[in-house]
Design a protein around this ligand. Structure first.
Ligand SMILES: [Zn+2]
Length: 159
């Protein structure tokens, strides 16, 4: 019994080396996103870009990060936020813990998506909710569009 518990705990406990690995991967992912944006900017205009060149890339330079955040699309911005959150969790030794329910996130999942901050259950629940919300907004939108028609139909049938 005791052994089994220990095994379960090990399964979700990250060794310092594993955390270091995860941190490296996360930082690289973040850099890659920013590099892509950076490259896009440089293509557009060459002014004032040399000081930001490659190797001296300081991931902690939040001002530059913030500047680049404006250039990101919604999807990338969301990803960067998730990566930042995961990095913070590594620092606070809560990496691999679900933000929503506090249960451990499976290592298998973290290997595929190192920046996942939700366990598979909460993730799918959230996606369901997002979908539902989007549907509701869409229905709202539709009913707004057809409100006038409905009114007229209503009047007609009422009298
Ligand atoms: Zn969860």
């Amino acid at each position: 019994m005791e052994n089994k518990n220990k095994e379960n705990a090990d399964e979700h406990t990250f060794s310092p080396k594993e955390l270091e690995e995860a941190e490296k991967i996360l930082i690289k992912m973040k850099k890659d996103i920013f590099k892509e944006i950076d490259a896009g900017i440089k293509e557009g205009s060459s002014k004032d870009s040399t000081e930001y060149r490659g190797d001296n890339y300081d991931i902690a330079s939040s001002e530059r990060d913030r500047e680049l955040m404006y250039m990101l699309g919604d999807r990338e911005r969301k990803k960067v936020r998730e990566i930042d959150n995961a990095l913070l969790k590594i620092k606070e030794s809560t990496y691999g813990i679900c933000d929503e329910c506090g249960e451990p996130i499976s290592k298998k999942r973290l290997k595929i998506i190192p920046y996942s901050n939700l366990c598979i259950n909460c993730q799918s629940k959230m996606e369901e909710e997002e979908k539902k919300q989007m549907n509701e907004e869409y229905i709202d939108h539709l009913s707004t569009l057809s409100l006038m028609d409905n009114d007229e139909i209503f009047k007609d049938s009422d009298e």
